[in-house]
Design a protein around this ligand. Structure first.
Ligand SMILES: *[C@@H]1O[C@H](CO)[C@@H](O)[C@H](O)[C@H]1NC(C)=O
Ligand SMILES: *[C@@H]1O[C@H](CO)[C@@H](O)[C@H](O)[C@H]1NC(C)=O
Ligand SMILES: *[C@@H]1O[C@H](CO)[C@@H](O)[C@H](O)[C@H]1NC(C)=O
Ligand SMILES: [Zn+2]
Length: 300
């Protein structure tokens, strides 16, 4: 009997705390002022693998983690753009877009993509203009809310956009849709006129990226995320960035929506380099030697 009562109170406590969690993640938080990042509660405040972080490139651990495999990223999807009051978010309909590899031990399904202006992850202290997050959940959990309660239930691919004199043409259909939802406060959605090909929002060189273990960067900041930050950046013009910076929400114009960088603690950041081994020099010499022999044979 005692045991049952104990179970019951534990269940009660868990339900109450998840109500509180969902209350905070339900949207009474902002990027500035009284409800800003300094005052986000729970794991956001007490966690020890929080995101974003500043990546110090000299401190990264070089390794070949295995290539990231982007399945059906090259398909064209009907996309919906939503102004959710914290970001602009794109959801796709149709067959799932899937991420594997990069040291992941499971299959991750793309849930949504959204933008942060300025970038959330900084590299050697430099903050870029924009950061795209492609949010995936581990398929075995069925959906993102269950996955976000599990150790590495979520994986996010982050793409940085640096400021450029020229427009990024790949952003045109998204920005056109953004203009349509920018004045609509509170959960407004519009269909993106041209089909969305997720691959077009990734850099051409996908053979190098940073990986570390962190969290969601919005409340409740669940520590469930394997992060992949692509090394190669895309670009955006000042005029294009202005569209993001003029998005309206219940709290006024969303001038920026990045969370300040968090302590890295004792975490390691890996720098994936395809074909890298710590003994590469020897392999290179062997390779050179074999090539010379091959050359010698061909010549004779
Ligand atoms: C949400 O924020 C507003 C204004 O910042 C505050 O007045 C209100 O009490 C908050 N609501 C809840 C439920 O915390
Ligand atoms: C955090 O909230 C407290 C209490 O509402 C407030 O006094 C404080 O100014 C807030 N912090 C920031 C940085 O706004
Ligand atoms: C996620 O899956 C769980 C378990 O199958 C279900 O109870 C829950 O309603 C789902 N949540 C969403 C947001 O679909
Ligand atoms: Zn994000």
């Amino acid at each position: 009997m005692k045991m049952r009562e104990l179970d019951f109170s534990i269940i009660l406590i868990i339900s109450i705390s998840s109500i509180c969690l969902s209350h905070q993640s339900s949207g009474n938080w902002t990027y500035s002022g009284e409800h800003g990042p300094e005052n986000w509660s729970g794991v956001c405040k007490n966690g020890n693998r929080q995101s974003p972080i500043n990546i110090v490139t000299d401190d990264t651990v070089k390794a070949d983690l295995g290539s990231l495999i982007f399945t059906r990223y090259d398909f064209a999807y009907t996309g919906t753009l939503t102004n959710n009051g914290h970001s602009l978010q794109i959801t796709l309909s149709g067959v799932p877009v899937v991420l594997t590899g990069g040291g992941l031990t499971s299959t991750y399904v793309l849930e949504q993509m959204h933008f942060h202006w300025g970038a959330e992850h900084t590299i050697d202290g430099v903050r870029d203009a924009l950061e795209l997050h492609l949010v995936h959940y581990d398929k075995q959990y069925g959906n993102v809310s269950i996955a976000s309660q599990s150790h590495n239930g979520i994986s996010v691919v982050a793409v940085l956009f640096k400021l450029s004199d020229d427009d990024n043409e790949k952003l045109y259909p998204i920005l056109k849709a953004a203009e349509a939802v920018s004045e609509w406060v509170g959960m407004s959605s519009v269909e993106i006129q041209r089909k969305v090909i997720p691959m077009q929002l990734l850099p051409n060189d996908r053979t190098t990226f940073y990986r570390y273990e962190g969290s969601l960067t919005t409340p409740g900041c669940q520590e469930a995320v394997t992060w992949f930050i692509m090394s190669e950046k895309l670009s955006i013009s000042e005029a294009q960035l202005k569209v993001f910076k003029s998005i309206r929400t219940n709290h006024g114009v969303l001038k920026q929506n990045y969370r300040p960088t968090q302590n890295i603690g004792d975490r390691k950041v890996y720098h994936h380099l395809l074909g890298y081994t710590s003994s590469s020099p020897t392999i290179f010499v062997n390779y050179l030697f074999i090539s010379m022999i091959a050359f010698y044979i061909i010549l004779n």
